[in-house]
Design a protein around this ligand. Structure first.
Ligand code: MLT
Length: 407
């Protein structure tokens, strides 16, 4: 008999953003003239910057010549990209990360989802609530949880992120977790963690031989000095943390696809007999078996983000999105809503004081504005919606006007 992986029956039939896309399509079909403004999924709208486009064009030309043609790339990614990432993202900030600890991939989502393959089935996983669904769903698919009961899976440790803790839970709520997923600036709440808060997690992880999986996909949005861009800014993080980086929101690569994962040398988990096993060779082994790299053209584009022009151009685009967020936060606050996020993040987390799917439907049907219902990110997300700042200024201003009318 051909059996399915029954763990799939525990998860919701469709991924959150797929469900939203279905509702939006149904609304558009019923209202063909409606001009829908999408502030739901965090997908960028501004084009790739000039430095990246030029580098990618040049790379296409390379591929057209026998001399500069590239077939399969090096397994960890091209050195030209890993060296720039190590220097600009870490070493220039005084952080000890080397190019050979960086693994280039086709994006942080895949790496965040795949990393759990390195760990035993019995490890205890802690996640925030609300949470980016990928961390949870991939562990459910792998069989590390029981059934879903009222929006929470048996066997997972949930760290409630709410106004009472400023949406940043501390390790005292982590119980005996072996692995904790942290994401700052946070998706979905837009909250940022201070160095002191992250240092507490690092100290906890080192003391408990636990591992932090740190998703830094939104670090480029940080504008407040002193807020860590990397978990490795904390003392001792090299021995307890893996970090995920993404060019999606940093440089508009949601469609191009490129990111990387940092697995420091010497970082270990443990065999059943208690002996340490290095994770970096395991991740290398996993990637070389299941992944063949981001394309040469893509990696040349990503390299260009680190040029002086690339840095200035990508910063200007992020500043543009941040201004979108500021405008929406200002309008919603004036309407009496409590809004977290924005400022150092592309996401606004709005307390709607009611059912989040109902509020989502109201904004969709009455304002033709798409948001993301907080309940889709977990039980503690109920009562909130997430608004993304990724859109044109024209659409953001129009959305603000429509929200003012409807709310
Ligand atoms: C989101 O909207 O949460 C993100 O776009 C999802 C992602 O980056 O995969």
């Amino acid at each position: 008999m051909l059996h399915v992986n029954e763990n799939y029956s525990k998860i919701q039939a469709s991924y959150l953003f797929t469900e939203i896309a279905h509702r939006v399509s149904a609304h558009q079909a019923a209202n063909p003239d409606a001009k829908i403004i999408r502030l739901g999924i965090g997908d960028v709208t501004e084009p790739l910057c000039d430095a990246v486009v030029k580098a990618m064009h040049k790379a296409v030309d390379d591929e057209a010549t026998r001399k500069d043609f590239h077939g399969y790339g090096p397994e960890q990614g091209y050195a030209f990209l890993r060296e720039k990432a190590a220097k600009v993202d870490f070493q220039d900030r005084g952080i000890d990360i080397a190019a050979d600890e960086i693994f280039v991939s086709d994006g942080a989502k895949c790496d965040c989802g795949n990393i759990q393959e390195l760990f035993g089935h019995d490890v205890k996983i802690a996640v925030g609530d609300p949470v980016y669904p990928v961390y949870v769903d991939t562990n459910v698919m792998a069989g590390r949880t029981g059934a879903n009961d009222g929006g929470r899976y048996a066997g997972l440790v949930y760290l409630t992120c709410d106004a009472s803790n400023g949406f940043v839970p501390g390790p005292e709520s982590a119980g005996g977790a072996d692995i904790v997923y942290l994401c700052y600036p946070n998706n979905p709440t837009g909250a940022v963690a201070t160095k002191e808060q992250l240092q507490k997690w690092v100290d906890w992880a080192n003391a408990n031989k636990s591992l932090i999986l740190f998703d830094a996909a939104y670090e480029a949005f940080i504008r407040t000095p002193g807020i860590p861009h990397s978990i490795y800014e904390c003392e001792g993080a090299r021995s307890c943390a893996i970090e995920f980086r993404s060019y999606s929101k940093t440089a508009g690569f949601t469609g191009v696809r490129c990111g990387y994962t940092v697995v420091p040398k010497g970082l270990v988990a443990y065999a059943k007999d208690g002996s340490p096993v290095e994770l970096r060779p395991m991740w290398t082994r996993r990637q070389t078996t299941k992944f063949n790299g981001a394309s040469y053209i893509t990696q040349r584009g990503a390299e260009a983000i680190y040029s002086p022009e690339g840095q200035a151009q990508t910063k200007a685009t992020i500043d543009f999105y941040l201004e979108n967020g500021r405008l929406m936060k200002e309008a919603l606050s004036a309407l009496g809503y409590e809004v977290t996020g924005g400022g150092n993040s592309p996401y606004l987390w709005v307390n709607v004081k009611g059912d989040s799917w109902e509020f989502f439907d109201k904004l969709l049907k009455k304002a033709n504005v798409v948001t993301t219902p907080g309940a889709g990110f977990g039980r503690a997300g109920e009562g909130y919606i997430r608004i993304s700042s990724f859109n044109s200024r024209e659409n953001v201003l129009e959305a603000v006007e429509r929200l003012k009318k409807v709310l």
